[in-house]
Design a binder for this molecule. Structure first.
Ligand SMILES: [Cu+2]
Length: 137
């Protein structure tokens, strides 16, 4: 009979410990008056996960704005994923070498991961005077 009693005691203690841990995790002493505690928690949540991430993924962005690539020339380390985003109402693409995006409508994005070092020149096939370069090191 004694083992059953012990089991019951352990489970009860465990439940109490979990409840206390949950309560203390939600208590945020740094939250000032007038700060919604829930917003504070949502903002702080992703930070520990990002800091714990070991792998670093390089990302770079090029805007297509005013019939130009901005910036027109970028230099990135090998393995970088570059994302183009068309901010113009006119449709543009990214075309040259291995870069063959579809026509991008306003707000659309297209990404390419540069695995091999080199210089990649591209144009917009609709407006060939639009030129850009990605240098991969
Ligand atoms: Cu264009």
């Amino acid at each position: 009979m004694e083992p059953f009693t012990r089991t019951g005691t352990y489970l009860g203690a465990l439940a109490t410990a979990v409840a206390l841990a949950a309560a203390s995790a939600c208590a945020d002493p740094s939250a000032g008056p007038g700060t919604p505690p829930q917003a504070e928690h949502q903002m702080s949540m992703p930070a520990p996960a990002a800091a714990a991430s070991v792998q670093t993924v390089a990302v770079s962005a090029v805007a297509i704005s005013g019939f130009a690539y901005v910036p027109a020339a970028i230099t990135v380390p090998a393995g970088t994923t570059v994302t183009w985003r068309n901010d113009d109402s006119a449709r543009h693409d990214v075309s040259g070498g291995p870069l063959r995006s579809p026509l991008l409508s306003q707000g659309a994005t297209w990404s390419y991961t540069f695995a091999t070092p080199g210089t990649y020149s591209y144009i917009c096939s609709v407006h060939p005077n639009m030129k850009g370069t990605v240098t991969v090191r």
